[in-house]
Design a protein. Structure first.
Length: 181
């Protein structure tokens, strides 16, 4: 067994989606590996151009658990800019709903049979009760598959950007750390 830990390091904004000021950046998703299912929901971070921000300390661990040798952690993340106000007091209930939805999605296939996209879809569908993910700006989506084998420590970057000549553009880099032991 390999102990695997995935942690958010920070997010850097080169260009916000909102042309009038700061974005309210947050993540939704889920990860499954071994016997562990982890729902992901961060509260919004107010971030502007040329800023680097950290997440709340209790929201930085995306996953921590044991993965059988030769298997992978699967799931993904979606990044949003909050445009519609939400009741973040329901944060804990939402995390439970995401966990339940992910568990239901993998029940038929088991963790190794589930694909990253299915896990991510279940997580974001469960989070949609927030009431307006469809009105929030989806900045990007990424499926993750992290092997139990690899270096002891590594950092990866997810570039989330949309560049065009139109009205709405953005450019973020989310950095996360993977530890294996």
């Amino acid at each position: 067994m390999t102990k695997l830990k995935v942690e958010l390091v920070d997010v850097y904004c080169r260009d916000t989606e909102d042309v009038t000021g700061a974005d309210d950046f947050y993540l939704v998703g889920g990860l499954v590996g071994g016997q562990t299912t982890k729902a992901i929901l961060t509260t919004p971070i107010k971030i502007n151009d040329k800023q680097r921000k950290s997440f709340k300390p209790d929201q930085t661990v995306l996953f921590e658990g044991e993965i059988p040798q030769g298997q992978s952690l699967k799931g993904g993340l979606k990044a949003y800019d909050e445009d519609a106000a939400k009741d973040w007091a329901k944060y804990g209930d939402t995390v439970k709903k995401i966990s339940s939805a992910i568990s239901g999605a993998i029940a038929a296939t088991g963790p190794q049979g589930a694909v990253a996209g299915t896990i991510l879809s279940a997580a974001t569908t469960a989070a949609s009760w927030i009431g307006s993910l469809d009105r929030d700006d989806l900045l990007g989506s990424t499926e993750l598959e992290i092997s139990s084998t690899g270096p002891s420590h590594e950092e990866r970057a997810w570039v989330i950007s949309k560049k065009n000549t139109g009205w709405s553009t953005w450019d973020y880099t989310l950095t996360y750390r993977i530890s294996r032991s």
